[in-house]
Design a protein around this ligand. Structure first.
Ligand SMILES: Nc1nc2c(c(=O)[nH]1)N[C@H]1C(S)=C(S)[C@@H](COP(=O)(O)OP(=O)(O)OC[C@H]3O[C@@H](n4cnc5c(=O)[nH]c(N)nc54)[C@H](O)[C@@H]3O)O[C@H]1N2
Ligand SMILES: Nc1nc2c(c(=O)[nH]1)N[C@H]1C(S)=C(S)[C@@H](COP(=O)(O)OP(=O)(O)OC[C@H]3O[C@@H](n4cnc5c(=O)[nH]c(N)nc54)[C@H](O)[C@@H]3O)O[C@H]1N2
Ligand code: SF4
Ligand SMILES: [Mo]
Length: 715
């Protein structure tokens, strides 16, 4: 048996096993770390079969995670830029923290608080995300904070808020999926991105349910589907409207549900009726019989679900697109009922919690809005400040990156970056890299010397997952406890220690505790009464219950609230309790192919690498499995271009040029090429991507841009 004492560090203290969670994706697989003096990181991974989400299963990244703890692969001392040589050189913590405090305070003094920016990450624990938002608004007094979650599920979040009055990735536990009748999985490739979750889809089919996958590529996930629809990238909105059209035409609308539990049907219906099947076939490339088959499979069982991921969301119309898929659920009565509904598969380890506790430009803890006077008053009360001192909403992630280093009154001249590597992962990355270089001052807290950290004036080496305690909220809305299993290397500090040290140097001796449990107690109070109410959750409860689903308020009589695994069963979280249809019509991508750029580029992930690759590119066996970028293209396109397998291809967009070997495969549309985005350098996919933003979510169009492809004859 492992010890479950919330705060113990058993591997250090007693040499026993510690139950914790994977450092990577939003599944937050449970794992057991056991001392292993022979392993590079000092611990090995053992199965934690009792944890319900993954029941012991891990993907290769999770299995190899302990290697990231090895000393040789990571930063173990602060680095500061030497003014003479221009190189990053080792420094002591005192010097490094003083340099950061001076860099941030000096910019504020000379150019105002909004000239200082903060960029966070969805991989940070709830405690860190909370402390970072508080640090920005109180210590720096800046409105200019946002985070990489903006690049992730922000369109689904916006659509969920509009439709349901609440944004929680999945409104039900993953374990409900095998018990529904049909799942439409839109632009999601869990076979590569969340392998242990694939089991829920396999079980669905074993139980007689059907799986429909919507993806321009025939992925390993699509191969398992009963029906695979392969639309042109960027046309999911038309596809969803076309399916709703068929539902209406075939008399499949659940009129009773629509009347009792929704508003806005007439306008949504009119929008769908304008998308007749032949038009949708022309726009999407999906033949009418396949559309009919999808509508039939979706409507046949009593219960059904639509799940989206980055495919339909990372578009300049991502919010409307997700809205259209939600419309399909609402019109057929497949929402707010057991085993039915719409869900988004959030991506990063704490993609869910990271957007709830105040590192987003417009939000305060508990998913409160910065523009809401009552919210400001509540949070200011917890922080012990006057609500009038809290800044207003700031810029979204890309807009913030685009404003860096600008010599204008609203330019952002100094940046504190924690938990993201935008040089590789931001859209139009060459421009973003240039903006980062133009800063007066850049400080980066990271585990490794990422491509972004290399540009910094000061790099602070931090502790990571297995070395610190904190909570993470997985894609189901389940709040989990990551437990510290071993001490960080002596030269590293935790992010909370860094924020504490900086706050103290900037005049805030109190308010930034280094003990995560203390931060969580404050987060509970700050979130109390908000949409994402964590006030009834404690470290002890999480440890005893395999996680607790929010909202979980503290009850007046002190009896434990059970948490909320399933949302919306009685009412939606809108003021009138009804779900709202989205009044949407299809529109083109921000950039459509033309004579000069005749093809579409879409981007995404491979199994063995994670995100910008900053962590996984350090791990030998992951690099062996996925050594570098590639351009996936259809044999017909390859034939037309006269390109052989493995030959170097140049992909050119209006933003730049990337070079990578050809990977010829029939599993992609002939009008589309695909590149994974995990690598820097000449094969960086984000050199090409279009930063056109969704007007509501401010999500960039990572999944669609126009390119031309040519043989890279001269390098
Ligand atoms: N191995 C691995 N796993 C990860 C991550 C990782 O980097 N590596 N990252 C984690 C994170 S943060 C996230 S957000 C998730 C992402 O998880 P997913 O959303 O599953 O990953 P992606 O590969 O970005 O996109 C999914 C699919 O969308 C398809 N697609 C592209 N364009 C379109 C389109 O226009 N419409 C539709 N319908 N589909 C389209 C792509 O072909 C791709 O197969 O994965 C998490 N898990
Ligand atoms: N073309 C294209 N681009 C994309 C996407 C796409 O599909 N296509 N997807 C987008 C999506 S969904 C996402 S989520 C982003 C992700 O892209 P990034 O925001 O770059 O995410 P990561 O690569 O995970 O970067 C996390 C960084 O934080 C560090 N880190 C890890 N743990 C900690 C910690 O506890 N503290 C601190 N201080 N640092 C830590 C890691 O070492 C790493 O350098 O990429 C986006 N970019
Ligand atoms: S699926 Fe995600 S959480 Fe699970 S082991 Fe793999 S990377 Fe880690
Ligand atoms: Mo993500």
């Amino acid at each position: 048996m492992s010890r479950t004492t919330p705060h113990a560090h058993p591997t250090e203290e007693a040499g026993s096993a510690v139950d914790t969670h994977c450092p990577y994706c939003a599944l937050q697989c449970g794992m057991r770390l056991v001392p292993d003096p022979g392993a590079a990181g000092g611990v090995g991974v053992a199965e934690r079969a009792a944890f319900p989400v993954n029941r012991g299963a891990l993907c290769g990244k999770g299995r190899a995670a302990p290697e990231t703890l090895a000393r040789g692969l990571r930063l173990t001392e602060p680095l500061v830029r030497d003014p003479g040589s221009g190189a990053l050189v080792p420094a002591d913590w005192e010097t490094a923290l003083a340099r950061v405090a001076e860099g941030l305070a000096g910019t504020r003094r000379d150019h105002g608080a909004d000239a200082v920016g903060v960029f966070g990450g969805g991989g940070l624990t709830n405690e860190k995300a909370y402390a970072l938002g508080k640090f920005a608004r109180l210590v720096l007094g800046t409105s200019q904070i946002d985070y990489n979650g903006r690049f992730c599920m922000s369109s689904a979040a916006a659509a969920g808020n509009l439709a349901f009055g609440l944004d929680r990735g999945l409104p039900f536990p993953l374990a409900d999926i095998p018990r529904t009748g049909c799942v439409i999985l839109v632009g999601s490739n869990p076979a590569d991105t969340m392998p242990p979750a694939l089991r829920y889809l396999t079980e669905l089919r074993a139980n007689g349910g059907t799986l429909i996958v919507v993806d321009p590529r025939r992925t390993r996930t699509a191969e398992q589907a009963d029906l695979h629809l392969a639309p042109r990238p960027g046309t999911d909105l038309a596809l969803a409207l076309g399916l709703l059209h068929l539902v209406v035409a075939e008399g499949r609308v659940d009129e009773e549900f629509v009347a009792a539990r929704t508003t806005g049907w007439e306008e949504a219906r009119a929008g769908a009726m304008a998308h007749w099947p032949e038009l949708v076939e022309r726009v999407t490339g999906v033949p009418v019989p396949r559309l009919r088959e999808a509508a039939r499979l979706f409507c046949a069982p009593r219960e059904a679900m639509v799940l989206t991921a980055r495919g339909p969301e990372q578009q300049a119309k991502g919010t409307d697109t997700v809205g259209a898929w939600i419309n399909l659920c609402l019109a057929t009565g497949r929402a707010g009922r057991p085993l039915s509904g719409y869900g988004c598969l959030t991506g990063q380890g704490n993609g869910q919690g990271g957007r709830e506790h105040g590192q987003k430009a417009d939000q305060l803890p508990g998913y409160r809005m910065l523009t809401d006077p009552a919210a400001r008053e509540h949070v200011a009360g917890v922080w012990g400040v006057d609500p009038a001192t809290l800044p207003g909403p700031g810029r979204s992630a890309y807009e913030l990156l685009d404003a860096l280093g600008r010599d204008t009154p609203d330019g952002v001249r100094a940046l504190l970056l924690l938990g993201s590597n935008p040089v590789v992962s931001a859209p139009r990355a060459a421009h973003v890299e240039e903006r980062l270089r133009a800063l007066d001052f850049l400080a980066v807290c990271d585990v490794v010397l990422s491509e972004s950290a290399r540009l910094a004036d000061v790099v602070l080496p931090v502790a990571q997952w297995a070395e610190e305690t904190g909570t993470m909220t997985n894609l189901e809305g389940r709040v989990l406890l990551r437990r510290r299993a071993l001490a960080p290397p002596p030269g590293c500090r935790t992010d909370l220690e860094v924020l504490n040290g900086l706050a103290a140097r900037l005049g805030w001796e109190k308010g930034f505790p280094t003990d995560p449990a203390e931060v969580f107690e404050e987060l509970r109070r700050a979130s109390a009464g908000g949409k994402a109410d964590y006030s009834g959750i404690t470290y002890r409860r999480i440890a005893e219950e395999d996680g607790v689903f929010w909202p979980c308020p503290e009850t007046p009589d002190g009896a434990p609230h059970p948490g909320t695994p399933r949302l919306f069963l009685d009412r939606f979280a809108t003021p009138d309790g009804r779900a709202r249809f989205a009044p949407v019509l299809h529109r083109a991508a921000a950039e459509e192919p033309d004579a000069e750029y005749p093809l579409l580029l879409t981007t995404g992930r491979v199994l063995a690498q994670y995100q910008s690759g900053a962590q996984t590119r350090q791990v030998a066996r992951l690099n062996e499995a996925a050594p570098g970028p590639f351009v996936q293209l259809h044999p017909r396109l390859a034939g037309r271009l006269g390109v052989a397998e493995g030959e170097r291809l140049a992909v050119v967009s209006r933003r730049g040029r990337a070079v990578a070997p050809a990977r010829i495969s029939a599993g992609i549309r002939p009008d589309t090429v695909f590149m994974p985005f995990h690598w820097p350098g000449e094969g960086r996919a984000n050199t090409l991507t279009n930063p056109a933003l969704d007007p509501t979510s401010r999500m960039p169009e990572f999944k669609v841009c126009a390119v031309r492809v040519e043989r890279a004859v001269n390098g």
